[in-house]
Design a protein around this ligand. Structure first.
Ligand SMILES: NC(=O)c1ccc[n+]([C@@H]2O[C@H](COP(=O)([O-])OP(=O)(O)OC[C@H]3O[C@@H](n4cnc5c(N)ncnc54)[C@H](O)[C@@H]3O)[C@@H](O)[C@H]2O)c1
Ligand SMILES: [Zn+2]
Ligand SMILES: [Zn+2]
Length: 380
């Protein structure tokens, strides 16, 4: 039992008070975990573009004040009633989409969209009582994705917490809690390229580069990276990218450019941008007859996907995925083991690191397109 179990914890959290305004490090109060909840000390967290969209709240429903953050690693501080699978001291990765282990999705080999705990960007409270556990001076502060890891301590549902090897360095494996698993899984579990096939990846941030890495692991022949930021190409070579296309360099649609490079279209495409135009391009650049496109980017609330139905009749397939179809509690511990056995390289995704007090710098790096992943050190 930790000395804080059952008590309110006062800790530092980076609170987003308003859309697009710098986060403010505040002392907040975090209530004890309720039934089926886990309270964790976060040691390392990273910034993913999904945090940025909901912080900017340009194409999304605004909900403030809120504590963002969903890519992280930590240690269990205490558990609520009914939690038997985790205990204080366990090393964990909180995950934005959960696994209850009981519903039809959790029992299906094909789905990771748990009925109860699947990603919900619009919910700012926890499920047990529909309230927040965070507050400041009695005023509630909303959760984000059920994880809110931009805080020294946080609470998540036990189904959203993966227990991992305690020997794994949390400052590295924390990137498996969203970006790297999502991109890699999108290629390996959903697009499933065959050896020698061509793969186009739209968006070369951490998610897209992980999708490239997945393509490299699957033995893809040509890996075409598509990004509007020309600086991405050099970095992308480390992830197996063989060719680079910047849509800004061409007068014709990028679909046509890719068709010319690949004798009619790529075998697989993975979209990791969040731009609906890129989603349409990713679908329309796959080869007729067998091409498969997978959407990963998070769109704006009012986006629509428009393409001619003939693109489907011509035997192209369009899919989408959250978290690369991995089941968080079942599959993520083994991804951590792959890193421990050096079968998976995570260091190359981590380009920056900042102390918690400078968390706003992580936003600047991402918005300027300078970082792949920036690790935020909670104890600094
Ligand atoms: N489905 C999921 O489970 C899941 C999980 C994590 C992240 N995401 C989403 O994946 C996307 C990528 O996340 P990230 O953290 O790697 O972001 P990032 O900002 O690091 O990378 C995105 C890249 O896409 C490029 N880009 C933007 N618009 C483009 C366009 N029209 N054409 C080509 N390139 C374009 C940017 O220049 C940038 O390099 C985001 O939309 C994020 O919300 C989805
Ligand atoms: Zn994410
Ligand atoms: Zn379930």
């Amino acid at each position: 039992m930790s000395s804080t179990a059952g008590q309110v914890i006062k800790c530092k959290a980076a609170v987003a008070w308003e859309a697009g305004k710098p986060l403010v490090i505040e002392e907040v109060e975090l209530a004890p975990p309720q039934a089926n909840e886990v309270r964790m000390k976060i040691l390392f967290t990273a910034l993913c573009h999904t945090d940025v969209y909901f912080w900017e709240a340009k194409g999304q429903t605004p909900m403030f004040p809120r504590i963002f953050g969903h890519e992280a690693g930590g240690i269990v501080e205490s558990v609520g009633e009914g939690v038997t699978e985790l205990k204080p001291g366990d090393h964990v990765l909180p995950i934005f989409t959960g696994e209850c282990g009981k519903c039809s999705h959790c029992n299906s080999e094909e789905s990771n969209l748990c009925d109860t705990l699947r990603i919900n960007t619009e919910r700012g409270v926890l499920l047990n009582d529909g309230k927040t556990r965070f507050s400041k001076n009695g005023k509630p502060i909303y959760h984000f994705l059920g994880t809110s890891t931009f805080s020294e301590y946080t609470i998540a549902h036990v189904g959203c917490v993966a227990k991992i090897n305690p020997a794994a360095p949390l400052d590295k494996v924390c990137v498996l809690s969203c970006g790297v698993s999502t991109g890699m899984g999108a290629t390996l579990n959903v697009a499933k390229p065959k050896k020698g096939q061509s793969v186009a990846v739209f968006g070369l941030g951490a998610v897209g580069l992980a999708a490239c890495e997945g393509a490299r692991m699957a033995g893809a022949g040509k890996i075409i990276g598509v990004d509007l930021n020309p600086d991405r190409f050099n970095e992308a070579k480390k992830f197996g990218v063989t060719d680079f296309v910047n849509p800004k360099d061409h007068d014709k649609p990028v679909q046509e450019v890719i068709a010319e490079m690949t004798n009619g279209g790529v075998d697989r495409a993975v979209e990791c941008t969040g731009s609906f135009q890129a989603m349409i391009q990713a679908f329309e650049c796959v080869h007729d007859g067998w091409g498969v496109a997978v959407l990963v980017g998070v769109p704006n609330k009012d986006d629509a996907f428009k393409t001619h139905p003939l693109n489907f009749l011509n035997e192209r397939t369009l899919k989408g995925t959250f978290f690369g179809n991995y089941k968080p509690r079942t599959d993520i511990p083994s991804q951590v083991e792959k890193y421990m056995k050096k079968e998976l390289e995570l260091e190359k995704f981590i380009t920056h690191s900042v102390p918690f007090s400078e968390i706003n710098k992580a936003f600047d790096y991402m918005l300027k397109g300078e970082s792949i992943r920036c690790i935020i050190r909670m104890d600094a």
